[in-house]
Design a protein around this ligand. Sequence first.
Ligand code: NAP
Length: 247
Amino acid sequence: MTPNETDRGTLLLLGGTSDIGGEMAVRLCAGRDVVLAGRRPGELGGVEKRMLEAGAASVRSIEFDAVDLASHRVVVERAAESGPITTAIVAFGILGDQERAEHDETHAAQIAMVDYTAQVSMLTVLADVMSSGHIFAFSSIAGWRARRANYVYGSTKAGLDAFCQGLADRLHGTNLSLITARPGFVIGSMTEGMKPAPLSVTPDIVADAVVAEMGKGSRTVWIPRSLQLLAWVMRCVPRPIWRRMPR
Ligand SMILES: NC(=O)c1ccc[n+]([C@@H]2O[C@H](COP(=O)([O-])OP(=O)(O)OC[C@H]3O[C@@H](n4cnc5c(N)ncnc54)[C@H](OP(=O)(O)O)[C@@H]3O)[C@@H](O)[C@H]2O)c1
């Protein structure tokens, strides 16, 4: 089953400038109404053009700041003005600055807000409003086992991953599926300037992997697949060694 056989309604990308989200949307947008939601909708012209070139029927950009939790339902309702949303890509997120977060509680809380609280809020709205199709959420290997070098971001992904496991079970037996991506290091804007970790991938590889899982029900996808094996090995590493692991 191709993605377009399962989802034909409006495609909503939350985090309009996301590298991974953009790659996914370009693969799914042909013939569909696309809504890009971002903090600076006026600066999404390049992404809009890319979607139209990929065959989108229409593209609209709307304002969305994830930390404004009270706006989440309104944002989804505005997106649905193009027609029922059948694909929602929840691609907003920040890596944050771990070192800063260790001393600046406001920054630590900001990471928790964007990468956990706002995700929980938005996923709850989407699961409530959408009646069929796919929701994509982004967990990470960082949430698999907290690492001293990035435990603030990692802890948000652990929480989000647990939330997604429960939400996927709640959606079981419905026409709405939750696909939870667990990528490793993705070379792109979020990791700019950082040395790629083993098994690094690029946003197009993540997009291909998660889009390929559409039409099969809710599931969790490791990207690359071989990361799953490494993840189980990670669980066995003794704490004195583990705490020295780089991010
Ligand atoms: N890159 C990786 O190595 C990696 C690995 C595993 C998981 N992930 C996860 O995958 C998802 C997508 O990552 P990516 O690589 O595509 O990241 P990205 O290219 O850095 O995109 C992040 C997006 O989040 C948006 N954003 C940040 N704060 C926001 C806020 N307060 N309100 C609304 N939008 C906000 C950014 O918008 P602005 O343009 O306004 O900043 C941008 O569109 C994230 O959840 C990330 O944690 C990434």
